[in-house]
Structure formats: C-alpha cells, structure tokens
Design a protein around this ligand. Structure first.
Ligand code: NDP
Length: 453
C-alpha cells in the first residue's frame, strides 16, 4: 500500500470510525487511483478523491409506522446523496436489518464510479432502512413504505435524486413508494426506477443486473476466444440478480448449479434448468419461501444450511468454471477465493456489490483470472434504470429488443473501458484498476470543470 493510500485511509478512519465496509471500498479505489495520480498529480492537488469520499449530503430520518395489529414500530431511514457532478443522484434503496450508515456509504461511494462507467449522466446515491421485510404481510410492507416515503419525498425528484431497488426492495416496494410520492407531490414523474410496466417502468429493468453480469462474463471470456456455452456456473443469492443471472446463463448454454439465501444453499449437479428456475421464481417472488424448499421438489439436489462457525462457504467449493456472487457484500473471503481457484473457476462476474473481501480480490488478481468487480459487472442494473429515466423524459417506451440491445452495448462499452484503461496504466487484464480509474476520470473532470463546490 502506498504512503498516499495509507495516509488517506488513516484520515478516513479517524473521521468516520466504525464504518469498515466504507473503509474497504475507499481503500480499493484509492489503491487503483495511485497509478493515475503518479501520471496526473493535478487530481491529487485538487483533492478530488477526498471530495468524492465525503457525501454531498446525508439524510437520516425517523420512520415510525403502525402495523396491522396496531403495534407501533420505529425504524431508521437513510439517503446518502454522494455525488452529483455528472447527473442527479442515482442508486438503490436497501431494506435489511443489517443496514447502517457505513454500509450505505460504501454502496453510495461504489455507485458514483459505477454510474460513471455506464456512459449515462447519473450521479451516485444510495439509501434504505434497517427495516426487515422478510416474512411480513403486504399490508405491513405497504405501511412501512408509506411512512418511509412520507419523509423521503421532500429530498428527491426526477432531476435531483432518483432511487431504485436493492436488497429487500423490488417491484412491490417500488410500487408502494411511488404511490406515496405521487400522492404527496401531486406529480406523476420518473422519480423512482424499477416501476411497473404499465406505470412508467422499462422493459428489461428487472432482468438488467443479472443479464448485465452475464454479458460482462461473456465479454471477458471473448478476450480468450471462449463463450459461456457448456460452462458450469456457481451462483449465490436467489433474489432479483441471481434469478436473472440464471435465466441469461441458460439462454447462452451454460449450466448453473447453485442458489442460496441467508439460511443456506442448494447444489443441483444436474443443473438448474428453465422449469426449475420458474419454480424458484414462484417460490421467491410470490410465495416468498426459502431456498431449502427447492429440495422438497427436486429430491436429488442437496441443501446445506449456512454454518456461521465455518471459515468458508462450501457453495464456493464445487467444481465449476464461472462464479456469479449475487447475494451480498463480503460473501467470498480469502479461503473461498482459494477454493474457487482450486476447483477450476477462472471467470468471476460480481452481480452483488463488493462480494469479495480485499484478500480474496488479491488472490484473484495474483492468479490473473478473469475477475469482473461489481462496479463494472453489475452496472447493467443502474444503466437500465438510466434508460428508464430516458424513456420517462421522452414519455415514450422502447421495445424489449431496443432496451436489451442498449444494455448489451453499454456492457460492451464498460468492458472496453476497463480493458483499455488497465492496459494504459500498465496492468493489462486488471479490471479492478480499469473500473476504478475509468469511473473516476469522468467524475473527476466534471468536478474540476465545476470548481470547488
Ligand atoms: P434481493 O433482495 O432480491 O436478493 C438478495 C438475495 O441475497 C436473497 O437471496 C438474500 O437471501 C440473499 N442475502 C441477502 N443478504 C444476505 C446475507 N447477509 N447473507 C446471505 N445471503 C444474503 O436483492 P438483489 O438480488 O437485488 O441484490 C443482490 C445483490 O446485488 C446486492 O449486493 C445488491 O446490492 C446487488 N445489486 C443489485 C442490483 C439490482 O438491480 N437489484 C443492482 C446492482 C447490484 P434472504 O432472502 O435470506 O435475505
């Protein structure tokens, strides 16, 4: 680690203690940017990174709500408006009991670079709540979403800040949030993305993050003259990103064999085919069940409960060529990373945000495998949110084919940026440097143009 990164990190830790995920995200970006600052000290002198690290604005608010039994609950609501140099703040809302300021700051920080890479004019933001939607009735979810938006509506707008979904926030929640915003503002605008198709949503938005992560893997493989056809793939999670990752993998002839949730994972050696995926989608999106139920229907599959005392996750120890972590941050540690390599994995495309710990990333980079970090590989979701915003502004929807073509073009362009920039800075094949420097440059130049504000 260079002295510059050491000093920067020490300052961030002193100013913002108890935010380990945020420190981790800053460290990773700062290490890549050291290469840029050697050639272009003007960015360092202008303290651009130091300015990006501090959110432009943080909103923290009380979310009191009454459930269907009349009991009162109090949650915390957050919105981090991180950076608006190249467009309105843009990024998802996460509803999960683990949500805290540090996690949302790491996500908002990553979002700035990711949004810049998409080629679209979007700044970075993130928000959410420590509310746990798991096992709650639709009525409870609606009441919470209404309470959350009854404060957030003051701070967002189609030209200011445009939230979307993330963990625990899907189409149902976006619907309740949008309905409340519309009522309070008396305005029908594109203030949220991930909307329903008949009220301003875009075709392919639900699919976009998963599809994009698979397109990114295909792009990485194409640099070696290979395709996904016939490749065995490990996928974690079983939510939005995991489901559409599997859908696209099947379309491209690959064989996905795992899925997980926070209780455990299933391994289906025969492959998760279209019919099994349909079953998972119904189970997760309609009945809101647990992944264990997969083995009730498909008896040959093996369910392994998560064991918090284990030093590694056995999901990452199956024979495969590709891995698509699509659940949450830090789900692959150094031991998992080594297990992946030992079992033949040489392509990793991160659907989740920062799913690999820094020592895990180091192992991937040292072994020079095709490693696509989240801020590049999962940018298809927010890119398609950007396309939803464009359609809302025009008040004209595009066809499925049109949106999918644009998504593919964007993933191609992100991949090219990563490869070109990694080459330019003397680290060919290093997608981490490519994504961090590529994402930084556009935002940094905009900030230099706009003065110290
Ligand atoms: P969902 O809520 O739809 O699904 C999340 C999945 O991950 C669930 O299967 C969930 O299991 C599992 N999971 C969540 N937290 C944990 C945990 N602590 N340990 C183990 N498993 C966990 O979310 P998404 O699919 O939308 O998001 C998944 C990842 O992708 C996140 O990192 C998100 O930030 C990232 N992402 C999402 C985008 C999107 O467009 N949705 C865009 C870009 C990135 P359980 O049901 O048990 O909680």
């Amino acid at each position: 680690m260079s002295d510059y990164v050491k000093d920067l990190l020490a300052e961030v830790k002193a100013k913002h203690p108890a935010e380990p995920e945020f420190h981790q995200a800053v460290m990773e970006v700062a290490e890549s940017l050291s290469l840029l600052f050697e050639k272009h000290p003007e960015y360092k002198t202008a303290k651009v990174l130091e300015r990006i690290i501090e959110p432009e604005r943080i909103l923290i608010f009380r979310v009191p709500w009454v459930d269907d039994q009349g009991e009162i609950h109090v949650n915390i609501g957050y919105r981090i408006e991180m950076n608006s140099a190249i467009g309105p703040y843009k990024g998802g809302l996460r509803f999960h009991p683990s949500v805290n300021l540090g996690i949302l700051k790491f996500l908002a920080f990553e979002q700035v670079f990711k949004n810049s890479l998409t080629t679209l004019p979007m700044g970075g933001g993130k928000g959410g709540s420590d509310f746990d939607p798991k096992g709650k009735s639709d009525l409870k979810i609606m009441r919470f979403c209404q309470a959350f938006m009854s404060e957030l509506f003051r701070h967002i707008g189609p030209d200011t800040d445009v939230p979307a979904g993330d963990i625990g926030v899907g189409g149902r929640e976006i619907g309740y949030l949008f309905g409340t915003y519309k009522k309070l503002r008396n305005e029908f605008t594109g203030v949220l993305t991930g909307k329903g198709l008949n009220w301003g949503g875009s075709l392919i938005r639900p699919e976009a993050t998963g599809y994009g992560a698979v397109y990114f893997a295909a792009e990485m493989l194409s640099t070696k003259g290979q395709t996904l056809e016939g490749k065995t793939c490990l996928v974690s999670g079983s939510g939005n990103v995991a489901q559409y990752t599997i859908e696209k993998l099947l379309e491209l002839g690959a064989k996905p064999v795992t899925l997980s949730d926070s209780n455990g994972y299933i391994y289906d050696e025969q492959g998760i085919d279209r019919e099994k995926l349909q079953y998972v989608m119904e189970m997760k999106n309609v009945r809101r069940g647990r992944i264990k139920e997969y083995t009730d229907k498909y008896k040959h599959a093996i369910y392994t409960p998560l064991d918090a005392n284990m030093e590694f996750n056995p999901l990452w120890s199956h024979k495969a060529e590709c891995a698509f972590p699509s659940a949450t941050q830090n789900e692959i540690n150094a031991k998992d990373a080594q297990n992946l390599l030992n079992n033949g994995v040489y392509v990793i495309s991160e659907g989740a945000n920062m799913p690999t710990t820094p020592d895990g990333v180091e192992i991937f980079l040292d072994n020079k495998i095709l490693y696509g970090p989240g801020k590049a590989a999962n940018a298809g979701g927010v890119a398609t949110s950007g396309l939803e915003m464009a359609q809302n502004s025009m008040r004209l929807p595009w066809t499925r084919d049109e949106v999918d073509k644009r998504l593919q073009m964007i993933m191609h362009s992100i991949h090219k940026t990563c490869v070109d920039i990694a080459d330019r800075f003397g680290t060919p094949g290093n997608y981490v440097n490519g994504a961090n420097i590529g994402g930084f440059l556009k935002v940094a130049d905009a900030m230099m143009d706009q003065g110290v504000v």
